[in-house]
Design a protein around this ligand. Structure first.
Ligand code: SF4
Ligand code: SF4
Length: 364
């Protein structure tokens, strides 16, 4: 049987979102009465919903209300990319999530458990207990590109199961793009979501997952199978799903379909012809050897900083998994240590970390 993906027209109007959640829960019914339900958005950092970087709080609110109406005992939480004491609470407040979900918010960093992982790269990980204990898991990713993993979708949203410094440890354990994609699938398999609902009302293109290239798409996507949903998203982004490491590995393991032809799509889905893909796409294609050679030549200055934007906050330094950044007034990057994970680029709250312009040009 082909996996089904539902595509709905949507906006951030609360009535429209309530209707979307109703249609989704009719298309993919869940027994929610008396069940503990974890709603897991993508809250990368302390950006507001309008930034297009996080799952918009109003989309999350609509799901929370729909679950409560059906008798579910709902909690909302995520482990953001930031590290340090109090960062989960800060992200909850500054994203506007606290205001809309209130008492349903749960601190996912508060009670992690060590679990063994079936993986070539690590043996154990620290997972939030809410993920392990919930009866129903609803994953709510954002329609976004990613400069390292190419897409940030349903599979990648499970990276937020991990608490604190464990995320950085994963980057260091699997620094190659393809290996990191495989590790993300290992983590996704710890607790495969029961339903995935994606905020594609606004979408991020270009070099996501935290850039300023936002476009209005006016869609909510939903599926039981997160891999199927990611294949649809990648196809809308003009990307070949077989070149995306997470999707290639997931398809090999039988976790979902490999191509759009294997999916039953219901609703207004179209390939966005002028969608800006990440400039790192060629690294996954047949030009990869040439591309790697060019990258190696230029990698001594693959990253730079926009000094007009940098506040010296040290978020990049704290987030670097291999200690390749030192911030005095501004950050400096040690290319001999850098593993090109792009965490610094992703986490900088000021969008001050920049990819080398010449490298971007060559990649295009
Ligand atoms: S580059 Fe960004 S994260 Fe790093 S110190 Fe400057 S503002 Fe902070
Ligand atoms: S400098 Fe940036 S891209 Fe390089 S390893 Fe550190 S966080 Fe990753």
């Amino acid at each position: 049987m082909r996996e089904k993906v539902l595509v709905l027209e949507a906006s951030y109007d609360e009535d429209v979102l309530a209707q979307c959640m109703k249609e989704i829960l009719e298309a993919f019914p869940l027994d929610l009465e008396g069940k503990t339900v974890l709603v897991k958005p993508n809250l990368l950092g302390p950006w507001p919903g309008e930034s297009g970087i996080i799952t918009h709080p109003l989309v999350v609110k609509a799901m929370v209300e729909a679950v409560k109406e059906r008798g579910g005992l709902v909690q909302v939480g995520d482990n953001p990319g930031l590290r340090g004491y109090g960062c989960v609470g800060r992200v909850c407040r500054e994203t506007g999530m606290e205001e809309v979900v209130g008492r349903e918010w749960t601190n996912m960093a508060a009670s992690p458990r060590r679990v063994s992982l079936r993986s070539r790269f690590v043996e154990e990980v620290s997972i939030s207990s809410q993920v392990l204990d919930c009866d129903v898991l609803i994953s709510m990713p954002k329609f976004k590109t990613h400069v390292s993993t190419l897409i940030t979708g349903a599979v990648k949203n499970s990276f937020g199961f991990l608490v604190g410094a464990d995320k950085a440890r994963m980057h260091a354990a699997a620094p190659r793009f393809r290996d990191f994609g495989e590790l993300l699938v290992d983590i996704y398999q710890v607790r495969v979501p029961d339903l995935v609902v994606m905020d594609a009302v606004t979408a991020m293109e270009g070099n996501g997952p935290s850039c300023e290239d936002i476009r209005d798409l006016g869609r909510i996507l939903a599926a039981r199978n997160g891999v199927a949903l990611d294949v649809v998203m990648a196809s809308m982004m003009r990307m070949d799903p077989s070149l995306i490491p997470t999707l290639a590995v997931a398809a090999q393991r039988g976790l979902g379909p490999a191509a759009l032809e294997d999916i039953e799509v219901s609703g207004p889905m179209e390939v966005i012809q002028d969608f800006k893909r990440p400039s790192t796409v060629p690294r996954m294609s047949w030009t990869a050897p040439f591309h790697r050679a060019v990258f190696a030549l230029l990698s001594h200055r693959a990253l730079g900083v926009d000094r007009r934007r940098c506040t010296g906050c040290r978020t990049c330094e704290e987030g670097c998994p291999v200690g390749a950044i030192r911030v005095e007034r501004y950050p400096s990057f040690d290319a001999s240590k850098c593993i090109n994970c792009y965490c610094c680029y992703e986490l900088c709250p000021e969008h001050a970390v920049r990819l080398n312009r010449l490298l971007r040009l060559v990649q295009r």
